[in-house]
Design a protein. Structure first.
Length: 166
């Protein structure tokens, strides 16, 4: 008799302030690869975030409402401790360009040292999103630029509610 296969649960951690279409692209790809992907929003990552964690959770949940193996949650403390609590064996991170590599490798190897059984998997977003970051979206929006197509419509609406001054 074969034992049931262990569910493959992946974490996709980040600040998501705000969620961009680059994140959505990676999450959608991850949802096809893993049984479940948990979008894990870090609490207290920045002293002055644009969106509160609750706002980020609410918008991400709305965006992934119809993708039933995508879960959105918040975490604090070490990512590998959260992975243990969630029984996740994979951490997914997006790699946009070579410039991401050094920081990502440091994190992946530190997480491996802390908890070797958790594997980090890097995924490339669609090339149209390789220049996209939450920081640039905030800057462009604050200075009056167009962010349609860079973030999901619900995030664009929340940005407008906040106003250009943030
Ligand atoms: O969106 P970001 O800022 O690139 O995400 C960074 C994040 C949340 C993945 C990273 O800061 C993190 O995992 N923080 C939790 C604390 C932790 O585990 N630190 C050690 C990781 S090497």
């Amino acid at each position: 008799m074969t034992s049931p296969r262990q569910e493959r649960i992946a974490l996709y951690p980040g600040s998501f302030d705000p969620l961009t279409n680059g994140h959505v692209d990676i999450i959608s790809r991850g949802a096809r690869l893993f049984d479940r992907i948990v979008v894990a929003v870090l609490r207290n990552s920045e002293k002055q975030p644009l969106f509160t964690v609750d706002e980020r959770l609410a918008t991400a949940r709305e965006v992934f409402r119809d993708l039933h193996n995508v879960e959105v949650d918040a975490f604090e403390g070490l990512l590998v401790d959260y992975a243990r609590r969630r029984r996740a064996n994979v951490i997914v991170r997006g790699l946009r360009a070579v410039s991401d590599f050094e920081y990502e490798m440091q994190m992946a190897l530190m997480n491996r040292r802390l908890r070797p059984e958790v594997e980090t998997v890097f995924m490339m977003p669609a090339e149209t999103y390789t220049y996209l970051s939450s920081r640039l979206v905030k800057e462009v929006f604050a200075l009056g630029g167009e962010v349609a197509g860079l973030v999901p419509p619900v995030v664009e609406a929340r940005l407008r509610e906040k106003g250009r001054a943030g």
